[in-house]
Design a protein around this ligand. Structure first.
Ligand SMILES: Nc1ncnc2c1ncn2[C@@H]1O[C@H](COP(=O)(O)OP(=O)(O)O)[C@@H](O)[C@H]1O
Ligand SMILES: [Mg+2]
Length: 314
């Protein structure tokens, strides 16, 4: 549905994005995750045909963003970083106005406005002035204007920024509900957002894509070993030698509360053997679970690695 190939954008000497590539399948939600200044907004502005890239190409629903910008714009709904709202209009007037700008005519304008109000749960505030509604509602109006012409693709630039925790949850739920019917790219600098809402994550740092994958696979990608945590009832009787004797085990690190982290070679699944050893020796197995990195750790590792490499070369 969305195919981004080697996009780069230079602002004078500043390289805002450098060779960015990724794809998004139909109906998927992709998180574009990176710290401030990473190049998220730049990429989104290029994909929505707001400005050209320096080099590279992208296709949206099969249309090239440079050769067929009108076709692309028709299929995209864009929620920019700064909401394009008119505070002196009511929600209804504003959405009607947007529907007309997007080329809808006659009865279609009302149908589209009604549908956007319904999808974004704006019924209660439809007749109120935009200046008088809460930040959370304003963000919904921003979403409503993005999807009013029922585009196949939604591009949402930091859609939860500046909202309170309750509003954040509401907007995330709303966005999740829009996937399937729409293909969505959402940018965020907040890690839990990527895990809460998206199937696929592209991590961008200093203009470069440093990882593209599903959340689980991202964790696996930078794992150097398999780690399992066990917790036993009789930690005193545990013999580390016996654990180290299990095939593939590299290390056994005692923790507090009867827990041990058992580290094994990458790709080695010896959980059955570990469980058997603990049970057969009567150490009292209470718990056993794989230790995976959270996206947060992955993000930090990838972005910090990138920084140190750059520092080394500069
Ligand atoms: N109009 C501009 N002129 C010069 N530099 C810019 C401009 N817009 C963005 N940049 C720079 O490009 C980089 C990426 O910015 P941006 O795409 O806004 O990142 P993000 O949205 O991830 O915070 C930053 O270093 C930023 O300072
Ligand atoms: Mg931005």
């Amino acid at each position: 549905m969305i195919e981004v190939k080697q996009l780069s954008k230079h602002y004078g000497n500043v390289v805002a994005i450098d060779n960015v590539s990724f794809t998004v399948d139909r109906g998927e939600i992709l998180a574009f995750l990176g710290p401030n200044g990473a190049g998220k907004t730049t990429t989104m502005r290029i994909l929505t045909c707001f400005m050209p890239a320096t080099t590279g190409t992208a296709r949206i629903a099969g249309f090239d963003i440079f050769d067929q910008p009108m076709e692309v714009k028709r299929r995209i709904g864009y929620l920019p970083e700064n909401l394009p709202l008119y505070p002196e209009m009511t929600v209804w007037e504003y959405l009607t106005f947007v529907a007309e700008i997007k080329g809808l005519k006659g009865a279609a304008v009302k149908v589209a406005t009604d549908s956007a109000v319904l999808k974004c749960s704006l019924g209660e505030v439809a007749r109120r002035l935009i200046s008088n509604i809460s930040r959370g509602y304003r963000q919904r109006v921003g979403l409503a204007q993005a999807l009013i012409h029922n585009p196949e693709v939604l591009i949402l630039d930091e859609p939860t920024v500046g909202l309170d925790p309750k509003q954040i949850i509401e907007i995330r739920e709303l966005i999740k509900g829009l996937s399937g019917e729409h293909t969505i790219i959402l940018s965020t600098h907040i890690l839990p957002e990527a895990t809460a809402v998206c199937q696929k994550v592209v991590i961008i740092n200093r203009g470069k894509v440093v990882a593209v994958d599903s959340q689980e696979r991202l964790s696996a990608q930078i794992r150097k070993s398999e780690k399992v945590v066990i917790r036993v009832g009789r930690a005193d009787s545990v013999s580390p030698e016996k654990i180290l004797g299990i095939g593939g085990v590299l290390q056994c690190i005692p923790q507090t509360g009867g827990a041990f982290i058992i580290e094994s070679e990458l790709g080695c699944d010896n959980r059955e053997a570990i469980a058997r050893t603990v049970v057969e020796n009567g150490w009292g197995l209470l718990e056993m679970k794989p230790l995976t990195l959270s996206l947060e750790e992955v993000f930090l590792q990838l972005t910090t690695q990138e920084t140190t490499e750059e520092e080394k070369t500069s």
